[in-house]
Unconditional design. Structure first.
Length: 284
C-alpha cells in the first residue's frame, strides 16, 4: 500500500498561506487513495510557482519551459502509455504563453490530466495581470485597472468538446482531491482548473472571497454529459461560482491511434536507426 510518506516531505519556496499548499495536499491525498506509487507517476510542469509543485513530490518529473507543459507531457504519454502522466501549470503558463498548446491538447485528447493553478495573477514575476485576472483589477503594471475581459478556460474547453472539464478550489482539499481522482481515472484529456488564492499579489480573489461564492454541482441534479448545459454553467461567475465536474464525454484517445503501441510502450521497443536515417535522407 502507498502512503503519504512515499511522496516525501520537502521544504517549499511558496509564500506562507499560498493556495498551492492546498493543491499539493489534495494531489498527495488523491494519489495515495488511488494507490498510485511514485514510480507510476510522471509530473510535467512549466515555469511559475505552480511549476515548482513536482519538485515537492518524490516521483518522476520533467520541468520545462514557460507555456510548454503539454507538449512534453503528451510525448511522454505516447512513449510510455503505462505511466500516469499529469501536467501542472499556472493560469499564465497554460492560458497565456501556452494557450495554443492548450487548444490542441484538447483536440488531440491524450490520456493526461492537466491541473491548472488559477490564481488570476502572475505570481513568480511579481504580480502582473494574467489571462484570468478580473477586469478592472489594478496590478503593478495595470495602474488604471485591467482593460481586457477575463478569459474563461472552462467555456473554451467545453466548446471544443474537451474530454473532461472540472473546477476545484484550493480551500476545499477533500473536494479537490475527489476531482483529481476522477480526472486521473477518466481516459482522455482531463482539465481541472483550480481556484488558487495568491496571498501576496492578488488581494481581491482571496480565500474569503471565494468561500462566500463557491458552491458544488450536485451529481443527481446536473447532467455532466450535456455540452449545452455545461457551457451555460461555465458562464456563471461572480456572486456564485460553481465547483465540480462540468462536462465528460468519451472520445478516441490520442495514443490509441498508434498501432505500434498495442504491443507495449515504445520504451521497450527495439530501436531501428536505419528507418530514421532513411527519413532524414528523404529531405536531402
Amino acid at each position: 500500500m502507498v502512503s503519504i510518506d512515499d511522496y516525501g516531505n520537502f521544504e517549499t519556496a511558496w509564500c506562507p498561506g499560498c493556495g498551492d499548499f492546498g493543491i499539493l495536499k489534495a494531489l498527495k491525498k488523491a494519489l495515495v487513495e488511488m494507490d498510485k506509487s511514485p514510480d507510476e507517476m510522471l509530473l510535467v510542469s512549466g515555469i511559475g510557482q505552480s511549476g515548482k509543485l513536482p519538485h515537492y513530490l518524490n516521483c518522476n518529473l520533467f520541468n520545462g519551459l514557460h507555456g510548454r507543459t503539454l507538449p512534453p507531457a503528451t510525448g511522454a504519454k505516447v512513449v510510455n502509455h503505462e505511466l500516469t502522466v499529469m501536467a501542472i501549470a499556472g493560469d499564465g503558463d497554460c492560458y497565456g504563453e501556452g494557450g495554443n498548446h492548450f487548444i490542441h491538447a484538447i483536440r488531440r485528447n491524450p490520456d493526461i490530466t492537466l491541473l491548472v493553478h488559477d490564481n488570476q495573477i502572475y505570481g513568480l514575476t511579481k504580480g502582473q495581470a494574467s489571462p484570468t485576472t478580473e477586469k478592472g483589477m489594478t496590478t503593478k503594471i495595470n495602474r488604471e485597472g485591467v482593460f481586457n475581459s477575463r478569459f474563461n478556460p472552462l467555456s473554451l474547453a467545453i466548446s471544443q468538446n474537451c474530454s473532461f472539464v472540472a473546477r476545484g478550489f484550493a480551500g476545499d482539499i477533500k473536494h479537490l482531491s475527489e476531482l483529481i481522482k476522477k480526472a486521473i481515472e477518466h481516459k482522455g484529456f482531463s482539465l481541472v482548473d483550480i481556484l488558487q488564492p495568491c496571498v501576496t499579489f492578488n488581494h481581491l480573489n482571496t480565500f474569503k472571497w471565494y468561500s462566500k461564492r463557491v458552491y458544488k454541482l450536485e451529481v443527481d441534479e446536473y447532467p455532466s454529459n450535456d455540452a449545452v448545459k455545461a457551457f451555460e454553467k461555465s458562464l456563471e461567475w461572480g456572486d456564485r461560482i460553481p465547483l465540480g465536474v462540468f462536462y465528460v464525454n468519451d472520445r478516441p484517445v490520442f495514443e490509441d491511434g498508434f498501432s505500434m503501441l498495442k504491443s507495449g510502450p515504445l520504451i521497450r521497443s527495439e530501436t531501428k536507426a536505419g528507418i530514421v536515417n532513411e527519413l532524414i535522407d528523404g529531405f536531402m
